[in-house]
Design a protein around this ligand. Structure first.
Ligand code: NDP
Length: 332
């Protein structure tokens, strides 16, 4: 049997955490033959609820789950962690400005960066889910300078999967036959879902999504806004934010990163920009990536038209603003 991999989930008593931990324990994140140890961290007011989640994990008798730690102590939570999924964060409440959420999260992510840097495995892979995800990831990166920058990522896979889902619904094809959509930029409403290189496996070969949809007007307007605003649509319908789809896509993100993307297929991940596609280096920006042997690489050489260029730049501009806001808080 393989040695267990230790996975940290922060904010584990929250609704994404509650959907995520059983998926990890069932092997959806690291494979059906991979034993796991789950560390769950939450804050003091959620300690009792977190205990309840631990009880349910025990009651579910998952064969792959070798141990569970439920704690409010960041040091204990980070000890020996190989994969860290950072879901805990201060939620944006009604009337709060971006700046207010940001200042709460800057201090949370600074503290957690230190705990991770000191106690997690040195090659720990980090996925930030809590919003503003890209900027939280950047803060984490800056306050855990000994971690390789390439090990710090943020979640845009949910947006990616939503884009696949919209194309699949529109064309009435199976979602598993749609591939190579791209989410560029920030996990926010400025993100740019791009289908210019996406294809569908039709049985008679791969066909471009643009050709099959044959409605540029829809692709350039409604498709984009539907993906950008899907989170809000779910809140309206469920009176709660998306949780199962966020948890599922967090598993997809780590699984593909660790185990590799299928040949000819790319996925979207928020990663540390090296300046590819003219995006400022040093931002955490969502790019199309392929993964092999536990390493991601940005897909190179995609043709970018004017329409895409403007949108890719608009979302990077927002990230530059968020970064400078975070830097200001950092000084104070
Ligand atoms: P959720 O589990 O619903 O969401 C957790 C975080 O993920 C939020 O920041 C949320 O952002 C973000 N998120 C990113 N993508 C998505 C998406 N597609 N859909 C929904 N959320 C998304 O929040 P809960 O309030 O249920 O749980 C949060 C937990 O974190 C609680 O248990 C709380 O105790 C804990 N917490 C931990 C802190 C810490 O570690 N210091 C600080 C504060 C809370 P958004 O708010 O924009 O929806």
């Amino acid at each position: 049997e393989k040695d267990p991999i230790t996975v940290l989930v922060t904010g584990a008593a929250g609704q994404i955490g509650y959907a995520l931990v059983p998926m990890i324990a069932r092997g959806a994140m690291l494979g059906l033959d991979q034993p796991v140890i789950i560390h769950m961290l939450d804050i003091e007011p959620a300690a009792e609820a977190l205990k309840g989640v631990k009880m349910e994990l025990i009651d579910a008798a998952f064969p792959l789950l070798k141990d569970v730690v439920a704690t409010t102590d960041a040091v204990e939570a980070c000890k020996g962690v190989n994969v860290a999924v950072m879901v805990g964060g201060f939620p944006r409440k009604e009337g709060m400005e971006r700046k207010d959420v940001m200042s709460k999260n800057v201090s949370i992510y600074k503290a957690q960066a230190s705990a991770l840097e000191q106690h997690a495995a040195p090659d720990c892979k980090v996925l930030v889910v809590a919003n503003p995800a890209n900027t939280n990831a950047l803060i984490l990166k800056e306050f855990a300078p000994s971690f390789p920058a390439r090990n710090i990522t943020c979640l845009t896979r949910l947006d990616h999967n939503r884009a696949l889902g919209q194309v699949s619904e529109r064309l009435n094809v199976h979602v598993g036959d749609v591939r190579n959509v791209t989410i560029w930029g920030n996990h926010s409403s400025t993100q740019y879902p791009d289908v210019n290189h996406a294809t569908v496996n039709t049985g008679a070969g791969e066909k471009p999504v643009r050709e099959l949809v044959a409605d540029d007007q829809w692709l350039n307007t409604e498709f984009i806004t539907t993906v950008q605003q899907r989170g809000a649509a779910i809140i309206k319908a469920r009176k709660l934010s998306s949780a199962l789809s966020a948890a599922s896509s967090a598993c997809d993100h780590i699984r593909d990163w660790v185990l590799g993307t299928p040949k000819g297929t790319w996925v979207s991940m928020g990663v540390y920009s090296d300046g590819s596609y003219g995006i400022p280096a040093g931002l955490i920006y969502s790019f199309p990536v392929t993964c092999e042997k536990g390493e991601w690489s940005i897909v190179q050489g995609l043709k970018i038209d004017e329409f895409s260029r403007a949108r890719m730049d608009a979302t990077s501009k927002e990230l530059v603003e968020e970064k400078s806001l975070a830097d200001q808080m950092d000084d104070s």
